[in-house]
Ligand binder design. Structure first.
Ligand code: F6R
Length: 246
């Protein structure tokens, strides 16, 4: 039996506000919380609300620690498409978080074993993730855990699926600029988070969300594993819920 909670919200703005409220509750309830963060287009509205609420004095990020899900391998931090740059632009540069409390896998380090071992140890040292924010790929990936034969237990280096490279192409000038590999938290890393919040917006995610919630639990649809986690909330907008009865 799953304890997954699924909320259907009207649109992207409602989804963003509700997600930001959950993160805000975590920040207020535990001022030194460890937040697991995601990049991509889905959480940008959420980050926008958090920025506004910090500016208005509702939120204080001074004790908050963050660990990001993933980073492209072989990309410089200075590259505008790095997840490092994304986080600065969308959140970190606009709130009073301490830079030394923000962690993202080091995409500039070629030694994947070293990056992943150290990142996993770091998360353990921080005491684990209190609230992990997730998006979902069209193929059901979470973090960069692509459909596979088994669930990866820890942080690892992945070859990105063709569909992911194509989906991410919109952020790069040329198709050949899209990185082919990434460092990502493993499914095990994600499942060790105390709470998980997954955001799903838009028609193109409807099939993946449906399969995650109603299909078999399988590494072939990585998000389906979340049904085994004791504390998962899914926020999905109406477009994404098309055809689903919840
Ligand atoms: C991003 C990440 C990915 C995205 C997913 C959805 O850090 O880990 O799993 O959440 O690819 O991306 P968007 O939100 O751009 O549709």
């Amino acid at each position: 039996m799953t304890t997954m909670k699924i909320y259907k919200v009207t649109d992207y703005d409602a989804l963003s506000k509700r997600a930001a409220s959950m993160l805000a509750a975590q920040i207020i309830g535990k001022p030194d919380a460890v937040l697991g963060l995601a990049t991509g287009s889905t959480p940008t509205g959420t980050y926008q609300y958090l920025r506004t609420w910090q500016r208005e004095g509702i939120l204080d990020f001074s004790g908050i620690r963050t660990v990001n899900l993933d980073e492209y391998r072989g990309i410089a931090r200075t590259n505008a498409q790095s997840y490092y740059a994304f986080m600065r632009e969308n959140l970190f540069d606009h709130v009073n978080i301490k830079e030394e409390n923000t962690y993202i896998p080091n995409g500039e380090e070629a030694d994947g074993d070293k990056v992943c071992r150290e990142y996993e140890a770091l998360i353990r040292r921080l005491g684990g993730v209190d609230l992990q924010l997730l998006g979902i790929g069209q193929n059901g990936h979470i973090g960069f855990n692509e459909p596979a034969e088994s669930f990866a237990e820890a942080c690892h280096c992945v070859d990105l699926a063709r569909s992911t490279i194509e989906a991410n192409q919109r952020f790069f000038e040329r198709a050949e600029d899209v990185p082919r590999q990434a460092y990502t938290m493993g499914i095990g890393t994600i499942m060790r988070a105390k709470k998980i919040l997954l955001l799903a917006s838009g028609r193109e995610k409807a099939k993946a969300l449906y399969q995650a919630v109603c299909g078999p639990i399988s590494p072939k649809l990585p998000a389906s594993v979340l049904r085994l986690h004791p504390d998962v909330t899914i926020l999905a907008d109406e477009e994404c819920c098309a055809g689903m009865e919840f």
